[in-house]
Design a protein around this ligand. Structure first.
Ligand code: F0G
Length: 461
């Protein structure tokens, strides 16, 4: 039996029309896009689940804030409002706006990493991995073993494998570990939460070896809500208290504000108290992003972000938000479709390896399923698997991903229960004809972050 849908704690004041397309039109669009979901026109997607990043619906208060945005080049009101909100929520002394998450990575990482260094994470998101590599270093993923079995039910599949972390530090030498990155929630493992105890233990290991701990904070509020639901030590705490504690264990955070801060553009770097590091961050921010008090954003963006940071913490909102994931997941349970379970924070990550067992990793099963979902119902999803992982930077060989997920990333405050039912119905229809679906081959790819741009073609066999 499907779970009860948690009703929206808002009503709709403005609507955006979306286009209905025919199967023939979608087939044509796929060909034109070289079977790359990023090459499809947004307009041709009936339900766009490519990402939950920057696709959020802002509130009336945020839109009112847009009008109040202070566009002063230096020291505008909206900047101070944002810094105060960041200091209040995260308890960090220094808050630096940047234009998005990868800008935070670009500004901060070269200050901690260089050739010969390593970054170890519970899982690097793809741009995070790219910025580690662009800084000359290497990225090592160190997620707990439970994460690797999508059908195994475990509450904190985002966790760092702390024993392995310590072994890796000893293997490579503590002086060569430039930073440890704790990604909350763990996007690449399926939006899975990281337990408070695990953050604490990771921090203790970092402290023991004198290693910098950075939180990749894109979905920190969803992590906090999932801890309130699942972590005994967090059950009676407020979301704000949980967040304060999570961040108290780290030295810095990099944040894509396009997720839990419910805006369309923005990012932050937070520095707990290291004034020297803040000075260097400011210098690099001025070079790459713009002056310190706007960091690549308009004053109106800063204002909307300052408001969105608080809206993202509202418990009625978070209950509805995670409720959407639970509802979709429960419909898939009824149909026997496997996904990273229990469902996590920002989407449902369908196990394409299980649904399409006849397609090997080098023929990209999760990408094949994403293409099929578009063909079936105009739903745009994306591959979080071998297609996204790309090639090993040292050997040039295709990496075999631990998972082959097709991600249904749900934008915040955007889609209704009826839309979610269409997602479930499309998957069920595809399951019926799963064995007829074929793998894909790459015909062209760029050297880095290839999944955004590569061309593919269907295999005939
Ligand atoms: N870290 C995590 C965990 C992310 O999920 C993302 C982006 C970034 C960093 C980079 O942030 O896009 O603002 O530059 N994730 C998006 C996604 C793109 O679809 O999951 P950005």
């Amino acid at each position: 039996m499907a779970k009860k849908y948690v009703p929206e704690p808002f009503r709709i004041k403005m609507v955006e029309t979306i286009k209905m397309t025919t199967k023939e039109e979608r087939e044509e669009a796929l060909k034109k896009a070289h079977y790359n979901m990023f090459n499809l026109a947004g307009e041709d997607c009936y339900i766009d689940l490519l990402t939950d990043s920057g696709t959020n619906a802002m509130s009336q208060d945020q839109w009112a804030g847009v009008m109040r945005g202070d566009e002063a080049y230096a020291g505008g009101k909206s900047y101070y409002k944002l810094v105060e909100a960041g200091q209040d929520i995260f308890g960090y002394k220094f808050i630096q706006p940047v234009h998005q998450g990868r800008a935070a990575e670009k500004v901060l990482f070269p200050l901690l990493l260089g050739p010969g260094k390593f970054s170890i994470s519970n899982m690097h998101f793809d741009t995070t991995r790219a910025h580690v590599e662009l800084a000359g270093a290497r990225a090592i993923d160190c997620v707990c073993p439970e994460a690797k079995d999508p059908s195994m039910i475990a509450p904190f599949k985002g966790n760092m494998d702390v024993e392995k972390l310590e072994a890796l530090i000893n293997e490579h030498g503590k002086e060569n570990i430039g930073m440890v990155v704790m990604t909350v929630t763990n996007n690449s493992a399926g939006g899975q939460p990281v337990q408070m105890k695990n953050i604490r233990e990771t921090a203790a290991i970092c402290k023991k070896y004198g290693i910098h701990l950075n939180i990749d904070a894109a979905r920190y509020a969803e992590n906090a809500w999932l801890l309130k639901l699942r972590d005994d030590e967090c059950r009676d705490k407020s979301i704000k208290e949980i967040i304060k504690e999570m961040f108290s264990y780290a030295d810095t955070f990099t944040m894509s504000a396009k997720k839990d801060s419910i805006v369309n553009m923005g990012g932050l770097i937070g520095i707990k108290d290291n004034e020297d590091l803040y000075r260097d961050v400011k210098g690099r921010c001025i070079s790459f992003e713009g002056f310190i008090s706007y960091g690549g954003l308009s004053g109106r963006d800063l204002e909307a972000l300052a408001i969105g940071l608080y809206e993202g913490l509202d418990e009625d909102y978070l209950k509805y938000r995670i409720g959407q994931m639970e509802y979709l997941a429960s419909r898939l349970d009824d149909a026997g479709i496997a996904y990273q379970s229990p469902v996590g924070g920002h989407g449902v990550f369908v196990d394409a390896k299980k649904l399409l067992p006849h397609i090997p990793y080098y023929e990209f099963p999760a990408q094949a399923l994403a293409i099929e979902l578009y063909r079936e119902a105009g739903i745009r999803t994306c591959d979080i698997g071998s297609y996204m992982m790309g090639n090993d930077p040292d050997t040039g060989k295709q990496i075999e991903s631990e998972f082959e997920f097709t991600r249904f990333a749900i934008p915040r405050r955007v889609y209704t229960q009826a839309h979610i039912d269409i997602m479930a119905d499309a998957l069920i229809a595809i399951k019926e004809r799963a064995e007829t679906i074929k793998g894909y081959r790459i015909t062209w790819e760029p050297p880095i972050l290839r999944h955004f741009q590569a061309f593919l073609e269907p295999l005939e066999k």
